[in-house]
Ligand binder design. Structure first.
Ligand SMILES: [Zn+2]
Length: 657
C-alpha cells in the first residue's frame, strides 16, 4: 500500500502481507477489518459486529475456565513464577509456535479467499478462522506474561515479549469485561463503517464520495459541508471510546503495563518513555522543512480562497488541503504547483506507448528486484496473484502483498490500473514480498519486520528509486528532465510525505494522553485540536460543538490501530534510500538516485531484510545505515532543492502558526 490512511482498513490482508502470515493471530482489530468492503460497508460491518461477539464469547469461555478459582489465582500465579523454569518456557514457546503456524496458514487462506471472492460465506469462514486466532493470541499473551519474573535467555525474552505485545487491545482477565470490550470494538467499527452524510439537498454520501469531493472540489463551502458532515458520525462513539480505554487499560495492567499507551510504546526495543522522546526528536529535525512547506501552501491557499478565509497568521483551515483529515496534501498539487516544473513526460502515456499491460508492469517491477540480485518470484506468484479486477465478482481491490505460507507462496492482490502511479505502487508491494521471503528462515516469532515501521518503509524505499533516471534505464522515457524540473516532482512528494509527518505523530500523542488519563473525556476534542494546531498548524474551520468527537472520524481511532508506525516509516524510508544510494556509489542528489541494477545495494538491503525481527530493530537499522538511531536529516537531504526554493518563495511572508 502506498498511502497510510488506507492500510488499516485493510489490515487483515496487510497482516499477512506486511507482517507475515502469523501476525494475524494476535491482532483483534483484524476481525473488524476482515469484513471491510468498500462497496457494501453497511452490511459488512453489521456482519462484523456479529462475528466479533462470537469471537469474544469463545475467548470468554476460555477465560471463564481459567477464572473459575478467582481467589486462588494470585497465589497460583506466584507459585507458577516460582516453579516455572527456562525449560518450561522453551516448551511453551515451541508449542505456541507450532499452533501459530497451523492457525496462520489456514487463516491466511481464509482471508485470501474472502478478499478475492467476497460473499457472506467466505466472510463467515474468514471470521471464524480469525476467531480461533484471536482466541489463541489472548491465551499466548497471558501465558507469556507468566514468565515475566522467570530467568530466560534474551532470545526467549524477545519471543515472550512479542507474544505479549502483539495484542493491540488487550482484554481484561474477566470474561464479562472481555466480552464488553469486543462488543465495543464492533460497535465502534460499525459506527465508522456505516458512516454517511446526507447533504442539504438530501443526497446520501459515503465516505468514498466525500473523499473524492475533498480531493477535487475547490469550493470553500462545499468542502466545509463535507468536512462537517463526516464528523457527524463520531459523537455517538465518545462514550464507547471512553469505556474502551478503561477496559483496555485494565487489560494492559494485567500484562504488566502501566496503561495501553505504555504497552504500545514498549514495542520498540527501548524504554516506553524514551520512545516518545525519540519521536519528538525526529520531529524536531523535520519541522523546519514542514514549516517552510506550510508557509508556502498557506499563502497559495490564501490566493485561491482569499485571505479572509485563510488568514496568513493562523493555522490553515483543515478542509482546504485536499484530504478529509488534512493528513496528506497531494490532491491540491494543482493549487500550489510551481511554475515551469512540468517534467515533460507522463509515465501513464509512456506505459501505453510501450505496450505495458498489467502483467508487463509487474514483470517490470520484479526486474527491479532481480537487478539488485534478488531471486525471481516463484512461478506460483504469477498463477495465484490477482492482477486485474474480475468482471464477475466482488473483490477487495486495494493493493496488498501477501505471504500465504511463510515460505514461497507470495502473492499480490491488486486491481492494477495502467498508470504511472500504479507502476510505483507495484514496486512498493513487491518490496513487501521480497521482505517476506528474505526472513522466511527465521523462527515464526521473528518472521516480521524489524519494527512495525520497517515493512512500509521498505516498500516506500523501493518506490523512491522509481526516478526519471530509472524510467530512462528501463526504456520508458527517452530523456531525463533537467534539474530545474525537479521542483515539481519534489513538491508532489513533499505534499504527500512531509505534510503527513506531523499527523503521523499526533494521532498517538493524543491516544497516549487519553490512556494515561492526562486527557479526560470532557477534554477529548479540545486536546485533539490542540495537537492538530501545535504539530500540523491546521485548525477546525468552524467552532466545534461540545459533544464533538473529531478523533472518532479518523478510522484508526474507532479501529484502534496504532499509528506511530506510519510516522516511523516516513522517517526511515529516506534514511534507507540515502544509505542504499551511498552504497551504490551514487553521485547524484539523492532525490535523483535509483538503486536499480546495483548488486551492492541489493546485498546490503537483503542483509537487513533477512534478519526479520530477530534482533532489536536498532541492530537491523545499523546493518544498513551504520546508525542505531534514526536520523531524519536524510529527509532534509532529499528535499534540499525544494527547501531552498520554498525559502525563496516565502521571503517577506509571515510564516508560522
Ligand atoms: Zn505497503
Amino acid at each position: 500500500m502506498a498511502e497510510p490512511f488506507f492500510y488499516p482498513i485493510f489490515s487483515f490482508a496487510i497482516s499477512f502481507a506486511l507482517c507475515s502470515a502469523f501476525n494475524i493471530l494476535i491482532s483483534p482489530i483484524n476481525l473488524q477489518s476482515i469484513n471491510f468492503k468498500m462497496k457494501k460497508i453497511t452490511n459488512t460491518f453489521k456482519y462484523t459486529a456479529v462475528a466479533l461477539v462470537v469471537a469474544t464469547s469463545l475467548a470468554g469461555c476460555n477465560q471463564e475456565v481459567t477464572n473459575s478459582n478467582t481467589e486462588t489465582q494470585a497465589e497460583n500465579k506466584q507459585a507458577e513464577q516460582v516453579t516455572l523454569t527456562s525449560s518450561d518456557v522453551q516448551t511453551f514457546l515451541d508449542d505456541a509456535a507450532k499452533e501459530m503456524i497451523v492457525l496462520g496458514k489456514s487463516n491466511a487462506r481464509a482471508a485470501w479467499i474472502y478478499s478475492n471472492f467476497i460473499t457472506e460465506d467466505t466472510a463467515s469462514l474468514a471470521a471464524e478462522s480469525d476467531q480461533l486466532s484471536t482466541e489463541a493470541g489472548v491465551r499466548f499473551a497471558m501465558q507469556a506474561a507468566k514468565f515475566d519474573n522467570v530467568e530466560v535467555t534474551p532470545t526467549q525474552r524477545r519471543q515472550l515479549n512479542i507474544l505479549k505485545q502483539s495484542l493491540v487491545l488487550p482484554a481484561p482477565q474477566d470474561s464479562k469485561k472481555s466480552a464488553e470490550l469486543a462488543q465495543i470494538g464492533a460497535e465502534l467499527g460499525s459506527l465508522y463503517g456505516k458512516g454517511s452524510y446526507t447533504t442539504k439537498e438530501g443526497k446520501k454520501l459515503s465516505l468514498g464520495d466525500m473523499t473524492s469531493t475533498m480531493a477535487t472540489s475547490r469550493n470553500y463551502d462545499e468542502l466545509l459541508e463535507m468536512w462537517q458532515g463526516w464528523r457527524e458520525i463520531s459523537p455517538p462513539m465518545k462514550p464507547l471510546y471512553t469505556r474502551q480505554a478503561e477496559l483496555a487499560n485494565e487489560g494492559a495492567n494485567g500484562l504488566g503495563y502501566k496503561d495501553l499507551g505504555a504497552m504500545w510504546r514498549s514495542n520498540y526495543d527501548m524504554p516506553a518513555d524514551d520512545f516518545a522522546k525519540e519521536l519528538d526528536r525526529l520531529w524536531g529535525q523535520v519541522k523546519p522543512l514542514y514549516d517552510d512547506l506550510h508557509c508556502y501552501v498557506r499563502s497559495e491557499l490564501g490566493e485561491e480562497y482569499g485571505e479572509d478565509k485563510v488568514p496568513q497568521d493562523k493555522p490553515i483551515p483543515a478542509h482546504l488541503l485536499g484530504n478529509m483529515w488534512a493528513q496528506s496534501w497531494g490532491n491540491i498539487y494543482d493549487v500550489v504547483a510551481p511554475e515551469n516544473a512540468d517534467p515533460g513526460y507522463d509515465v501513464t502515456k509512456q506505459l501505453a506507448a510501450n505496450d505495458y499491460d498489467e502483467i508487463k508492469m509487474v514483470k517490470g517491477a520484479e526486474k527491479f528486484f532481480t537487478s539488485l540480485g534478488f531471486e525471481a518470484l516463484p512461478e506460483t506468484f504469477w498463477t495465484r496473484s490477482l492482477f486485474t479486477k474480475p468482471e464477475d465478482r466482488d473483490v477487495i481491490c486495494h493493493a496488498s502483498a501477501w505471504d500465504l505460507d511463510a515460505k514461497d507462496d507470495l502473492r499480490i492482490k491488486m486491481c492494477i490500473q495502467k498508470t504511472g502511479e500504479e507502476f510505483s505502487v507495484i514496486h512498493h508491494e513487491l518490496g513487501h514480498n521480497f521482505y517476506q521471503r528474505a526472513y522466511k528462515d527465521q523462527p515464526v516469532y521473528f518472521q516480521n519486520s524489524a519494527n512495525d515501521g520497517f515493512h512500509e518503509a521498505i516498500g516506500d524505499t523501493i518506490a523512491l528509486s522509481v526516478t526519471p533516471k530509472y524510467l530512462k534505464e528501463i526504456g520508458l522515457i527517452d530523456t531525463i528532465p533537467d534539474e530545474s524540473k525537479d521542483i515539481g516532482l519534489l513538491m508532489k512528494m513533499a505534499l504527500e510525505k512531509i505534510a503527513f509527518i506531523p499527523f503521523g505523530l499526533l494521532v498517538d500523542q493524543w491516544r497516549w494522553k487519553v490512556y494515561s488519563g492526562e486527557v479526560t473525556p470532557e477534554n477529548y476534542n479540545t486536546a485533539w485540536w490542540e495537537l492538530r494546531e501545535k504539530y500540523q498548524g491546521v485548525a477546525a474551520p468552524i467552532a466545534r460543538d461540545t459533544d464533538a468527537f473529531d478523533p472518532g472520524a479518523k478510522y484508526h481511532i474507532p479501529g484502534n490501530t496504532p499509528y506511530s508506525r506510519y510516522f516511523l516509516a516516513h522517517i526511515q524510508q529516506f534514511e534507507f534510500h540515502r544509505a542504499l544510494c551511498e552504497i551504490s556509489g551514487n553521485t547524484d542528489p539523492i532525490h535523483r538516485c535509483s538503486i536499480y541494477n546495483n548488486k551492492d545495494a541489493g546485498k546490503a538491503l537483503n542483509t537487513m531484510l533477512e534478519m526479520g525481527s530477530s534482533q532489536p530493530w536498532q541492530e537491523a537499522y545499523k546493518v544498513l545505515t551504520g546508525n542505531e538511531q534514526m536520523d531524519a536529516t536524510a529527509i532534509l537531504d532529499y528535499f534540499a532543492p525544494l527547501q531552498t526554493w520554498l525559502k525563496d518563495k516565502n521571503q517577506g511572508k509571515q510564516c508560522g502558526f
